[in-house]
Design a binder for this molecule. Sequence first.
Ligand code: ADP
Ligand code: ZN
Length: 731
Amino acid sequence: MPATEQEAIIEVALPCPLYKTFEYLAPLDYSVVAGMRVEVDFARRKMVGVITAVKAESEYPREKLKSARAVLDAAPILSDSLLALATWIAGYYHAPLGEVFQLFLPAALRQGKALYQAETFYQLTEEGSLWREDVTNRQARAKLAILEFLKIGEFYAESTLVSAFANFKNHRRELLDWQLLVASERLDDEIDVAKMPATERPLQLTSAQQQVVDGIIDKQDGVAFIEGVTGSGKTAVYTEIARDFLAKGQQVLMLVPEIGLTPQFVSRIEQSLKVRVGVIHSQITDLERLQAWRDARLGRVDLIIGTRSALFTPFSRLGLIIVDEAHDGSYIQRDGVRYSAHNSAIKRASLENIPLILGSATPTYESVRNIKEGRFTHYQLPSRVSGAMPEWEIINCHEEKVYDGISGKVLDEIEATIARQEQVLVFLNRRGFSPVLTCLDCGTMLECDHCSSYLNYHRTTGKLHCHHCATRYPYPESCQNCGGSSFKELGAGTQKIEKALVDAFPQAKVMRFDRDNVRNSRDLESHLAQINAQEADIIIGTQMLAKGHDFPNITLVVLLNSDGLFFANDFRADEKLAQLLMQVSGRAGRGEKKGKVLVQTMFADNALFNELPKIGYHAYAEKSLEIREILALPPYSNQILVQVEARSEAEATHYLSGILSLMPAIEDVEITPVMPNNLKRRQGFYRVHIILQSESRASLHRAAFQLRLLYEANIRTGIRLLIEVDPVDFS
Ligand code: ADP
Ligand code: ZN
């Protein structure tokens, strides 16, 4: 026992863009452990931070340290493995730790609210279970409905009852007074027991599926990659593997891409497993997120299905992580903390010492390399559960006549398909009516005032939209450059193709499916339901429709103008296009009837169009990897993007060149010249970047770290430096 008790010194990560933690004195009457939240004064404000370390001494004299105002948790709110994950993300992605913690905590906890509230719980009494009243009375009927919902012996939280019965509070008083219910207060923090999954399987697995399930259940460690063609039944495989882990009393986390998470998908899995499922995605409310977070932590849900941000959910007995459509770009966050949920999931599984399953029809080339070199155990589902893979045809735009962006050959095939009462999906990755508006007199193309991009004409609003910032402009009356008053709409977006197809097939029902008319999950649901109910003959869709969904009656898929990728200054163009072609064609012929894919292109002789259909995705990826290896491009080297944003291009370039010239040379790191981004101005900021590249991750990180230090020592107002590790998009 020390003679005089001294306050412990705590290191605290605070939500601010500084790459450091801050020291405070812990209040005497609290015991403190890393992972608890504290409230402190910082820059004359109250802030909530996370304790990252507790120590006896500081290099500063004690009297210089401020005391924390309060410790907010009685026990760590984040487990050791989540603290380790946050620390890893901060280090690997060069992000301030305090900002990384913001990803881990729901809003209420970031604001310092208590993790557990005392809540009122209700139990059904014996009398309550026997209560029968005159049910012709509406009030009595409502009470009876509540009582019938409850089972004797169980506790029901008030919040549960309110969400099940909107009128619960109107009846509560009487139900208690008549002793049909009893209420009790308790702190809602008890860890719940697992709910065992149903043992019977709704589907008889194919032997290929069964082999994958057995293989993964036997092995139970490391990373498994399930490479299964579209329609090969990966979801059933995940579900059966999950069933095995759930039956051991463990929890399962399943990550899906933004657009793959539909209520149908969730309910199919819920129906099959019959366990408690929680859902986390970007559109739930803060309260729902907090509830799901607490439920997972307390073991009150057995399975969490969610998008990127669900990776940071705490669990009481996590046993397995599944990442569906592992190649998907939505696992990468490009705002705020720039991280990959895919790579962070691999890290989390290894920290928690649990297995991880990745699944896709089109693994990234990096995954193909990891498979080849044995870092991932490879499992394959080479054919569809039912039906064959579609046949492909490449349509050369130089040889075919093209009307309004659609070739005669494509129109013929569409006509034949809808005549057979089958559906057509026309895929085009550009929304709006036309991507450019030009003055017929002087040729000026209209640009956004804030971004270096052309304005898209939208026929639905009659306005010009910038797709990079949300600005909309009225359709111009006259050209700002020459005063001319006639304009031409160049190029084709989904709205123009919609009009062209309505004109060409006036009898057909044409549906447009893009971000302009599918804005939320409710729109998504209703559009998907309409497609399945055959209420659309021709569906025009963007990337949103390329993923995951199952439409048995779509037998023709048309890919219009995917050529844009060839012009992008991006060594992954070939990989992205190969994935897109496979994913889009995966929508064709998922039912009994055989499907067909038409690809309309100006580059019909490109090797990709000729080889991919012949040798298949995996072999094509392996061949492309040979070229990457010769050129020492990722995954055979590593890259970090360093971007500077400023109010003028000269200022941005000057700043980045300036700190580069101060950087000590680091062996084995190549640095590109300072270049403007493809989209060099965005929302009023000019953006320039360099790419650091090295075969040695350690050297690369050292270089990025040096630049970060130089930036911190040279903060200028109006200038921002961003670091993105493993960048995949250089726009
Ligand atoms: P993937 O995700 O691999 O593209 P899905 O999991 O969506 O494929 O499965 C494709 C279709 O096959 C779905 O309609 C699914 O219900 C069905 N399916 C999967 N496994 C089986 C099976 N063993 N027996 C019958 N139908 C199955
Ligand atoms: Zn803009």
